[in-house]
Structure formats: C-alpha cells, structure tokens
Design a protein around this ligand. Sequence first.
Ligand code: ADP
Ligand code: GLC
Length: 481
Amino acid sequence: MKKILFAASEAVPFIKTGGLADVTGSLPGYFNKSEYDVRVIMPKYLCMDPRFKAQLRFKCHFYVNLSWRKQYAGIFETEYEGITYYLVDNEYYFAGDKPYNALFQDVEKFAFFSKAVLESLPFLDFSPDIIHCHDWQTGLVPVFLKTLYGSQNYYTGIKTVFSIHNMKFQGRWNLSAVMDITGLPAQIFTANGMESYGEANYLKGGVVYADAVTTVSKTYAEEIKTPQGGEGLDGLMYACSNRVYGIINGIDYAEYNPAEDPYIYQHYDTKNFAAGKRENKIRLVTDFGLPVDENVFLLGMVSRMTDQKGFDLIAQILDELLLKERVQILILGTGEERYEKMFSGFSEKYPDRLRVYIGYSEKLAHRVYAACDGFLMPSLFEPCGLSQLISMRYGTVPIVRETGGLKDTVEAYNEYEHTGNGFSFANYQAEELLATLRYAIGIFYRKREEWNEIAARDMLLDFSWRQSADRYEELYRMLTE
Ligand code: ADP
Ligand code: GLC
C-alpha cells in the first residue's frame, strides 16, 4: 500500500475559495483504494465551515521552530467520505474571516504550515511515501524536506510532487524577511534555489526542490514555458520541462449531478434535459427578479471576479450585447471591487436583462449551472478551469477563450460536421468575444435542435476524475519504484 499525503491550503468541504479546493477535496477519493492510502493535511481556519468543526478530533500537538520563534501546532483529525483529513491548528496564524490575508502575513503563515506538515509526520501514524503539495502555499514543503529534514532517518526516502494550479500566485516576498521567517540557510536563496528577481519565491522553491511537478492541463504545461504564460518563471519551467507533467482536472460527478443535485429546482438527465433546464430557468430567473421568458437565451457566469477571468473584455462588450441581442444574463461572483461595482452598475442600467449576485454561494452556483443555456468563460489564462466542466455536465454550453484547460476540454462547435461541445475564440479581443457570442446566440435561436445536440453531447462527456487519477498513480509509481 502506497501512502500519499496531500498538503494544501484549502479543500472542499471544509474551506473553498476556488477550484483548488474542489481538486484537493475530490481527487483523493478517486485513487485505487487497494493500492493507495491518500490523506489530506490542511490548516484549521477559524472561518472553516462550522458544520465540520464539531466532528474534529484532537490528535496531538507539538511545537514548530520557525527561526527564532517557537509556535504551537495542534493536529485535529476527521474523516469525510472515506478520506482522512488532518487539520493543523494555530489560532495566531489561522484566525480571521478568510483563509488568505495580506501577503506579508501569508508568507509566514504558510511557512509555518509547511513546516508543521513535516513536523506532524512522526505523530500521525502515517508515514507517507509521497507528499503531494499544491500551489505556492505549500512550496516550502519540498524545500524544508530536502534541506533541513532530508538527513533525518524518519524523512529519508519521502518523495514530493508539486502541483501548480495557478502560476500567477507565487508567494514572492523580501529575501531577508523570508530567510528570517524560515531559518533556511543562505544558499537556498540563490538563483539555483528559491530566489527570483531579487525576491524569495515559494512557488519556485516548490518547483526546484520537488521530485516531480505537475500542472492541471497539457496546454497550460506548455504555456508556462513561454513568456506569455510563465509569469516570469518561463525560463525555469522550460529548463525543468522533463519533470513537468500536464494532468487535466476532473470534477466530482456525484456532487455535480443534475439528476440528483439537492440544490436545483428540477432534476434532469440526458433524456429530459430540455424540459428540466426550462423549469430551472423559469424558477431561477424569477428568483433573480428578471422578466420570465423561457425562450430568451440565458447566459450565466460563476466566477472569481479578477482579470484572469476576462472581465475587462466583458466590460467592453456588455452594452452592445444587451442592446442588440435577445439575451438575459445572470452573474454570480465576488472579487475585485471594480468588477463588482461594474456589474452592479450594469444591472441598474439593464434591470430587465442582467442580474448579479455579489458573493459566494454554493447553492446559487449549482442553480446557475442548471438553469442557463450558455456559460461564459472568456479567460485571459486558465490553468484548467472547472466551471466549464461543471456547466457541460449540466448541459449548459460553454463559450470560452481557447487557453489552457479551456482549450483542452471544450471542442469548438462545427456547424458542418455537427461536432463540438461549445463555442470558442482564440485572441483576447473584445470583437472576437462579441462575434463568438453572437454566433452562439444565432445557433440557439435559428437551430435549436443543433443547440440541444451540443448540450446533449456535453452531458455525455466524461470529465470525472478516473482518468486523471490514473495519471497521478502512474507518476507516484514512477517516483517510488
Ligand atoms: P478558479 O479556481 O480559477 O477560481 P475554476 O473554474 O477552477 O476557477 O474553479 C472555480 C470553482 O469555484 C468552481 O467550482 C465554481 O463553481 C466555484 N465558484 C466560483 N465563484 C463562486 C461563487 N461566487 N459562488 C460559488 N461558487 C463559486
Ligand atoms: C486554479 C486555476 C483554475 C484551476 C484550479 C484547480 O484556481 O485558476 O484554472 O481549475 O486552480 O486546479
């Protein structure tokens, strides 16, 4: 039996700010249970879902030396859907109303977490063959392991995998501050180690010191080797491309299942989706206070409101789209204030056409996925993207830009061959987005049968975790045999 420990800063159902939590909370359940014992270690945030707090059992405590500081770490344990979760407790670091705070706080918080992960191992009755780290917040795990812990008996032979979910976030901070926080020796903070552009870079640390690096789609694995996608680390990614693997994400097909989803108004499957979606549309449009017309094209978005997701392009085309096309739009999201304000402004300007819910709501997200005809995701870059996978599972046709995982998962509709799963455009330009939306809307109104066939094909696609879990298993085997 191989033992794998996922280390991550968020995981469903305990805490989620984005797709990372979906991955770390669902992938562990898909490994072959007779060969892999996969567990998860994460912070115990004060703001975690309170429903799960009562179920946590205290397991042990110890102290973590962070340079001259000595910090308490408690470990709580719980099971969820057959997977063991360890939650690291420290009320100084993990208090607050959200998991992430200012970067200067987070670099110390996640240095603590990464060290606590390693310090916890002798107490867990679980000595992993592989620690699988996710994103910059756990980038120091491989660094600490290879430098401070590698020579200690207990830690010899432990391998690390580092998964990049988003190259944009690297955890970059002042060198001397990070030296002070981590207590790592000076030679770590050079160009061969975790120094980058004169700063300490946690993501770079993960990439340099891990035994293997993965990212969440094949196309993104290529894009990060280029100046356009590398966020300054393209040279590094190119140099170590022989140990970088692109493994596409899946989604939890039990959680996102229109036939059983407890959040949606009307269940449906591939046979009755047109009627089922119509009912969901009527109910949700009513809830949002838009005029109800089941024949109007309903376009949805569920997204973090950041530049990554293409909101500046949307800003440029919304007036034109709402004035000239027969369309209603529902948006669920939260993020940068300028985008939140922009959409509130548009909903005041077009009260019969557009509604926005600023905030985070699992229930509303499921309802938007189920109710809409089209789902918009014109990302500037997208390592994988789960929203388009979820929307396809609900028979909601994605309209995307061909980047990263969007390119790998949404095959463009071909009117002549009657193939494809959605609509896409190549260049990050407002005119291309508008033209693609118009084309999609045209197909919806003029060729409804074709549209329904696209939706039906989407519902039949298989983006469950099984194939991707196989690829991770292969990688784990390669590292441990
Ligand atoms: P990212 O991780 O870059 O935000 P993904 O597409 O990988 O993008 O994953 C986003 C996840 O977060 C999806 O599960 C999506 O439904 C969810 N999500 C995003 N915004 C919200 C919101 N405001 N309310 C509920 N769920 C949201
Ligand atoms: C990141 C990326 C997103 C990806 C998710 C899970 O948040 O932005 O594209 O799907 O991680 O891997």
